[in-house]
Design a binder for this molecule. Structure first.
Ligand code: HEC
Ligand code: HEC
Length: 319
């Protein structure tokens, strides 16, 4: 009996050592680096059309994380929405050559935004900076043209935030789940805007990635094949908003009882563009009013969302 207990003790100690060693390995390894294979792409021409389109997209896609109220520019801020990922600071992406992205080439930006690999250091950036894996080349070019423009939001500024301190969970997920995305092998054309469903799918999944927040769990989303995300559009992600309140994302599937199956197109357009909903007080941050969408775009998103599989998942707004 004594001998058995001794062996058991040694075994428990061994297991503890292995687990401890593994945890130490993850902590020290941190967020991994990869080899950056930046493609040679021709310089992106900055045209007024592209700057205008890029500003529209960036105001709905980059603003919420990179806009800093104190400077009125894209100088970055601390992101407190999902504290389990650690202390995360979005960076200064103004044209300042040292602190911002003034020295990044167009190829550097395209490569980083598509794959999540820093073109200079090889450092991988976890999903707290979204990657636009499927956005069309032209839309991405427009975003970059905007970043290069003389718009006040992106003029050089030396404001520099502290470095990110990713949590153990983030580091662990970088070992088992989060990976850089492959650089696209073929050109990515824009959607056929005469086909309402195809256009809506593009806007919902590939341009604005509404599924990322509106599915069950950021840790189980699949940006490559969004439809494979856990609880696709059934809602459930909990986020801390700018008032410190915990807000749960909602079920946008066409389920009549727990989703938006009974919403009219008009109700939906009002909710997405202005945050006004038929079932209670106005929508709260981090849901932003997508005010720059045209009505036609919002209607295309509605048409697409009517086609996703229904999920029964009731979510209380807690207000
Ligand atoms: C959900 C929040 C979020 C959104 C939305 C977002 N970013 Fe970021 N971004 C981050 C964070 C956080 C980092 C810093 C990551 C790190 O340092 O590990 C970052 C880093 C970057 C960097 C790297 C800067 C550097 O010096 O390393 C660039 C470039 C960038 N973002 C561009 C964009 C653009 C363009 C958009 C819009 C299309 C955008 N981001 C949207 C959160 C976001
Ligand atoms: C950053 C995360 C985030 C993103 C991205 C996001 N949403 Fe939301 N959305 C939320 C949250 C959180 C709520 C709930 C707000 C509340 O309860 O006040 C919400 C609520 C909604 C509602 C109200 C549903 C109801 O039943 O009341 C609609 C409609 C909606 N979002 C549509 C969209 C669409 C369309 C997109 C993409 C264009 C999108 N959302 C992108 C977080 C997000």
């Amino acid at each position: 009996m004594k001998k058995f207990l001794k062996i058991l003790g040694v075994l428990i100690l061994l297991v503890a050592l292995i687990i401890g060693g593994f945890a130490a390995f993850i902590s020290i390894r941190g967020i991994p680096k990869f080899e950056a294979n930046v493609p040679e792409i021709p310089k992106i021409e900055v045209t007024p059309e592209r700057v205008e389109k890029g500003k529209k997209i960036a105001s709905m896609l980059c603003n919420s994380c990179h806009f800093d109220k104190s400077t009125g520019k894209f100088t970055g801020r601390e992101m407190t929405e999902v504290p389990e990922f650690g202390k995360i600071i979005s960076r200064n992406i103004t044209q300042d050559p040292e602190i911002g992205i003034g020295k990044w080439t167009d190829s550097d930006l395209v490569y980083f935004i598509r794959t999540g690999i820093n073109p200079h250091t090889g450092q991988y950036v976890p999903p707290y900076m979204p990657k636009l894996m499927h956005i069309s080349d032209e839309d991405l070019n427009s975003i970059i043209a905007f970043l290069r423009s003389d718009d006040a939001l992106v003029q050089p500024d030396k404001t520099e935030g502290p470095s990110c301190e990713p949590s153990f969970l983030t580091k662990f997920l970088c070992l088992v789940a989060f990976k850089p995305f492959p650089y696209p092998e073929k050109p990515i054309p824009g959607p056929d805007t005469t086909n309402k469903l195809a256009w809506g799918k593009y806007l919902t999944l590939y341009e604005f990635e509404c599924f990322a927040c509106h599915s069950a769990d950021f840790k189980k989303m699949d940006v490559g094949v969004p439809e494979n995300s856990l609880g696709f559009f059934g809602g459930g992600n909990v986020m801390r908003n700018d008032q410190g309140v915990l807000v749960t994302t909602r079920n946008l599937t066409p389920d009549e009882e727990t989703g938006i199956g009974n919403w009219t197109e008009e109700q939906f357009v009002k909710a997405v563009k202005f945050g006004i909903v038929p079932n209670g007080p106005a929508l709260r941050n981090p849901m932003i009013p997508y005010a720059q969408l045209t009505d036609e775009e919002a209607k295309a998103i509605y048409a697409y969302l009517r086609t996703v599989p229904k999920i029964k998942h009731a979510i209380s707004r807690g207000i």
